[in-house]
Structure formats: C-alpha cells, structure tokens
Design a protein around this ligand. Structure first.
Ligand SMILES: *[C@@H]1O[C@H](CO)[C@@H](O)[C@H](O)[C@H]1NC(C)=O
Ligand SMILES: *[C@@H]1O[C@H](CO)[C@@H](O)[C@H](O)[C@H]1NC(C)=O
Ligand SMILES: *[C@@H]1O[C@H](CO)[C@@H](O)[C@H](O)[C@H]1NC(C)=O
Ligand SMILES: *[C@@H]1O[C@H](CO)[C@@H](O)[C@H](O)[C@H]1NC(C)=O
Ligand SMILES: *[C@@H]1O[C@H](CO)[C@@H](O)[C@H](O)[C@H]1NC(C)=O
Ligand SMILES: *[C@@H]1O[C@H](CO)[C@@H](O)[C@H](O)[C@H]1NC(C)=O
Ligand SMILES: *[C@@H]1O[C@H](CO)[C@@H](O)[C@H](O)[C@H]1NC(C)=O
Ligand SMILES: *[C@@H]1O[C@H](CO)[C@@H](O)[C@H](O)[C@H]1NC(C)=O
Ligand SMILES: *[C@@H]1O[C@H](CO)[C@@H](O)[C@H](O)[C@H]1NC(C)=O
Ligand SMILES: *[C@@H]1O[C@H](CO)[C@@H](O)[C@H](O)[C@H]1NC(C)=O
Ligand SMILES: *[C@@H]1O[C@H](CO)[C@@H](O)[C@H](O)[C@H]1NC(C)=O
Length: 494
C-alpha cells in the first residue's frame, strides 16, 4: 500500500475566499516582473493579468531595445511587445535581487515576432548563474516560448544569462519571478523544470494565469480526443490545507473518457529518459451526484497500483503527488485512472502538472571574490566579456582571469591579467581581497601612485608584473624579500 507515501489532501472549508484574496495581495508585492526592452525607468500594469511590469534596463547593462513587428501584436499580452536583443558579446547577463532561501517560479519568455525583419528563427542557450538552464529553439515566429523553473536560489540574487551559440542573435521578452510557499513542489534533490501545466477539459481554450492563479502559474488548455468535458459553474474551493491552490476556473472543468467503461489514460514521454520526474494531479468533483451514483477510481502507473481507490470531493480540490521522484519504465510514464467495480461513473481529472528534475550543481564563484572583482571592474571601467559569474561555467569565464575549480568548493580567482588594458589611477585596494591570487599582471597601463603595501597581503602570490606603468616610490619590503628568496617572481609572469 502506498497510502502513507502519497500526500492526499483532505479539504477543510476555512473562509477560502478571504484567504485567496489575502494571499493574492501579498504575493503580488513580491512578484518581480521585467518587460525586456521596455524604455528605461518606465512601468505599466498589464490590463489582462493585472501584473505590474517594469523596464529591465536597471538589471543589465548590455543589449538593445527592440519591438516585435506590429502584425504580431494582436491580442498578445503587453510584456511581449518589446524585447532585448544581444547582437554583441557571447554571454549577456541580468542580475536580479531576490529573497534568499525563497522558492521561486522563474519564468523566461521569448517571442520573436520578426523584430529584426529577417524572419530568421534563432537558437541560443540560457544560463542561470553558473549553470546551463537550457537551449531555446524558436521554431515559430508568432508563438511565445516559455521556460519555467521552480528553484530555490542559493544567493540573494540570480543571474540570468543569454548565451550566443552561433545560431542567431539571442533575445528575451520577459522575466518573471514568483515566490511559492516552501511546502509546495518539494523534491528530494534538484529544481523542477515545467513540462506540462494543463487545464484539462477546458471549454474556453484560454490560457489562465494571474488574476486567476494566486502564484501566477500559467495553465494551458488541454483536451484529448478520447475524452469529453464536464464542468461546473460553481466555485471550486482550494482548502487551506492544500498549498497548491490551482485556480477555481481551471478546476471547474474536467475530462472523463467518452467510453464510460474505459480507463482515463495519459502518458509522459520525456525527451531525456534518464531524468527524474514529478507529477501533480488535481481533482475535484464537478457533478452533483445523485443518491444512486458514485465515482471512484484507482491510479495506476506503468501497470502498478499507485493510489486509490479515490473518490473526488464535490467542488473541493485535492492534489495527488508523491514525495519521491516517479518510477519510470524505460523512461516512460503511463498513467491509467481505472474506475472501481462499485463506481457507476467513469474517472475524471481536472488539471495536471509534470516536471523534470534539473540539477544545478555547479556553484557560483566565491562571493568575496565576486565582490572584489566586481569593484575592480567598476573602478577601471573594464568592459571585455565581464558579465555573469566570473569563473563559471568555465567555458565562459571572464577574459583575463583564471580560477581554481575542484568540483566541490566554490571556484576562486587565482590569476588576474589586466595588462595593456588602459588602466589609470592607483592600484585598487580591492585587488588585495582576491586572497587566493597567485598571479597578477598589471603591466603596460598608466597606473600611478605608490606600489601599495596591501599587495604583500596576497600570501599566495608567486608572480607580480607591474612593468610599464607610472608607479613611483619603492617596492614594499616584504615583496622584495619574497622576490629575493625566490618565492615571488617580480615583474614577469609565466
Ligand atoms: C532613469 O532613472 C535614473 C535614476 O533616477 C536616472 O539616473 C536615469 O537618467 C534615468 N534614465 C532615463 C532614460 O530617464
Ligand atoms: C523556506 O525554507 C527555507 C529553508 O528551509 C528557509 O530558510 C526559509 O525561511 C523558508 N521560507 C519560508 C517563507 O518559510
Ligand atoms: C506558427 O504558429 C501559428 C499559430 O499557432 C500557426 O498558425 C502557424 O501555422 C505556425 N507556423 C509554423 C511554421 O508552424
Ligand atoms: C469501451 O471500453 C471498454 C473497456 O476498455 C472496451 O471493452 C470497449 O470495447 C470500449 N467500447 C468502445 C465502443 O470502444
Ligand atoms: C438513478 O436514479 C434516477 C432518478 O433519480 C433514475 O432516473 C436512474 O435511472 C437511476 N439510475 C440507476 C443506474 O439506477
Ligand atoms: C518506486 O518503486 C520502489 C520499488 O518498487 C518503491 O519502493 C517506491 O516507493 C516507488 N516510488 C514511487 C514514487 O512510486
Ligand atoms: C463495493 O460494494 C460492496 C457491496 O456494497 C462492498 O462490500 C465493497 O466494500 C465495495 N468496494 C469498494 C471498493 O468500495
Ligand atoms: C590562464 O590559463 C591559460 C591556460 O593555462 C593561460 O594561457 C593564460 O595565460 C592564463 N591567464 C591568466 C590571466 O593567467
Ligand atoms: C601596451 O599597450 C598598448 C595600448 O595600450 C599597446 O598598443 C601595446 O602593444 C602594448 N605593448 C605591449 C608590449 O603589450
Ligand atoms: C620568503 O620570504 C617571505 C617574507 O620574508 C617569507 O614569508 C617566506 O616564507 C620566504 N619563503 C621562502 C621559500 O623562504
Ligand atoms: C597577460 O596577457 C598578455 C597579453 O594579453 C600576455 O602577453 C601576458 O603574458 C599575460 N600575462 C600572464 C601572466 O600570463
């Protein structure tokens, strides 16, 4: 029996509506909604969703603002009208402050809309900090590609980077962050990439999100030819004990097999057969049953009993999910909802979510090093490719620095080469905060002032090149001693 392992929420009616309104108001203020390519310092409220968007300009310092071709605007939500494109640079990154330790739904949306008039559909990569998130392949000029991840960021900011992989110019239309309660979408390892979030039996064929969904999840309408729809015009309660809170409008429609003695079947055929998966099934009875009617069914996964017998509650949302990743058969998941012998009615289902586990294992560069190198960047106005995480992923590390990677600890900056970089002013004290530095090359710049004492705090330094600057005064004694006894190579780097 799997009873104990699968959480089964039994609804309790506790001033449901008041609670929904409260949570809604609270969540909106924690939403981060960036309309990419929208004019700097401007904002608006999207009229369909009621979500307030702001310009992305304060979160990135590269890329250019573009507009989609007017013929595609139609009834699109406004945040897709403009976009930011990145014709220059290999990796361009947003840096967005968030609440550390909070679980977020992170959504990136891409709508090409022939903004460049070239009708060429690009393909590029998206990174989240030090990790590859995925490849965006735009396959249709007038469809929005929506990538979503449920993730708990480890730092108090996230970096979302667009990476040019030589298959067209990267761009992005919108970035949205939505906090979720800790108790939702819990996994034993990793973050969750959305595969499906479907409103089964939808009659309107509308995609619902905010204002209907308190967490602003998107629900895509879904019907299947073997199924027929059922619906209710009444409100479906999400009890306070069920933190998933699928919207009433989504739960008020359901599907049932056309052949009322057949099981209700669906399957998940993931591209990556080695990935782990989670599923969330949302149920509510939408038909007022007569005294002589009953609806009960078992949930079968890959031929094995998974849950049940289960009786959906009238106008009451129950979410069925497992605490551990699903067991697959050859990477496939066949679900079958089979009515019990006693049931007079066939099974139903109202909404389904499916996710694959995404492990973002590469850690970001040590935060002290990030702080120091970021200040050095701003002090000297270094441009180059200095965006995103300095050391990771290794392939995209900043030009002019090298890092140590042991695969376990955060990468550290171990060498910095800013020779011939047009540096002016004094040698920045922030350099002494790169405490693991072994090699420092500042040669052939226009640096002035003294050779500072703080360079002797860099205890691992073995190479220091300050040639061809306008530095004055003498070399600090400790550096000289280290150079004399052979532990420091002054002036020339290997
Ligand atoms: C945006 O606001 C900032 C801070 O108030 C200001 O410095 C900047 O000039 C503004 N940019 C534009 C384009 O108005
Ligand atoms: C969620 O859990 C994390 C880690 O357990 C904790 O740091 C954080 O405060 C929790 N957030 C909320 C809103 O409970
Ligand atoms: C692109 O999407 C639109 C809208 O769904 C559809 O009508 C059109 O056929 C699609 N074009 C291609 C090339 O698939
Ligand atoms: C209906 O489903 C039952 C059970 O799966 C099957 O035996 C029967 O042939 C189906 N009827 C039709 C018309 O498909
Ligand atoms: C159930 O009761 C209704 C009347 O309330 C009746 O019309 C129907 O035939 C009954 N169905 C069965 C299967 O007994
Ligand atoms: C997967 O299968 C194992 C062995 O049958 C079982 O112990 C475990 O509970 C299953 N996990 C889920 C999520 O069904
Ligand atoms: C089905 O009905 C029979 C007779 O009323 C009862 O004994 C049995 O427990 C029921 N089974 C289920 C699964 O409800
Ligand atoms: C980083 O390492 C590479 C390969 O070993 C080397 O060619 C390059 O000069 C180093 N860069 C710095 C800044 O030390
Ligand atoms: C020194 O820097 C200048 C430009 O700042 C450059 O033209 C020159 O080639 C550099 N010399 C050496 C030896 O690298
Ligand atoms: C060289 O001199 C420095 C400073 O006096 C000292 O810290 C270091 O241990 C010495 N190294 C060797 C190899 O003698
Ligand atoms: C620093 O870079 C310059 C050219 O970019 C190179 O000539 C020099 O050897 C590098 N220094 C080190 C320590 O690798």
């Amino acid at each position: 029996m799997v009873m104990g392992r699968f959480k089964h929420f039994i609804a309790e009616l506790l001033c449901g509506l008041a609670l929904i309104l409260l949570v809604h108001a609270q969540d909106q203020s924690d939403f981060v909604s960036l309309d990419c390519g929208f004019p700097e310092n401007s904002s608006y409220t999207e009229w369909k969703t009621g979500v307030g968007y702001i310009s992305d300009a304060g979160f990135i310092d590269s890329g250019i603002n573009r507009q989609i071709s007017t013929e595609f605007k139609g009834d699109l939500q406004q945040q897709l009208w403009s976009l930011r494109s990145f014709p220059e640079g290999i990796r361009n990154c947003y840096r967005i402050k968030i609440m550390q330790g909070t679980k977020y739904l992170i959504r990136a949306t891409f709508f090409y809309g022939n903004y460049d008039g070239e009708s060429k559909l690009p393909e590029f990569d998206v990174h989240l900090g030090a990790n590859m998130w995925g490849t965006i392949k735009i396959t249709n000029v007038s469809i929005s590609f929506v990538k979503e991840l449920i993730h708990v960021p480890s730092l108090n900011y996230i970096q979302l980077c667009l990476v040019n992989t030589q298959r067209g110019t990267p761009f992005i239309s919108a970035i949205e962050l939505r906090p979720l309660p800790n108790s939702t979408y819990v996994t034993t390892d990793g973050s969750l990439e959305r595969l499906w979030r479907v409103d089964v039996g939808s009659e309107s064929n509308i995609q619902y999100r905010c204002k209907f969904d308190v967490y602003d999840r998107m629900w895509w309408p879904f019907n299947f030819r073997e199924w027929t729809g059922l619906s209710s015009s009444l409100t479906i309660e999400s009890p306070s004990s069920n933190p998933y809170r699928p919207p009433s409008v989504v739960m008020s429609t359901a599907a049932t097999p056309i052949n009322d003695s057949a099981p209700l079947e669906f399957h998940l055929e993931p591209e990556d057969v080695t990935a782990k998966h989670y599923i969330y099934m949302h149920f509510a009875e939408v038909v007022k049953l007569k005294a002589n009617q009953s609806r009960s069914f078992n949930v079968i996964l890959n031929g094995k009993h998974w849950y049940g017998p289960y009786v959906p509650k009238y106008l009451w949302t129950t979410t069925l999910y497992s605490k551990d990743a699903l067991n697959s058969t050859g990477g496939q998941y066949f679900f079958s909802l089979v009515k019990t012998e006693n049931s007079t009615l066939p099974p139903i289902i109202n909404a389904i979510e499916a996710y694959s586990v995404k492990n973002l294992l590469q850690s970001e560069t040590d935060q002290e090093d990030v702080g120091a190198i970021t200040k050095i960047k701003s002090t000297y106005g270094v441009k180059r490719n200095w965006q995103g995480d300095p050391c990771a992923p290794q392939t995209y590390s900043w030009e002019g620095l090298n890092c140590s990677y042991d695969g376990y600890n955060a990468p550290r900056v171990i060498s910095l080469n800013l020779s011939s970089s047009g540096l002016t002013g004094k040698i920045s004290a922030d350099i002494s905060n790169l405490v693991m530095l072994q090699c420092l090359d500042l040669s052939n710049n226009s640096l002035t002032g003294l050779v500072p004492d703080f360079l002797s705090q860099l205890q691992y330094l073995t190479v220091l090149n300050l040639e061809r600057n306008q530095l004055s005064g003498s070399i600090p004694t400790e550096l000289l001693e280290r150079s004399k006894n052979g532990s420091l190579l002054l002036s020339v780097c290997s």
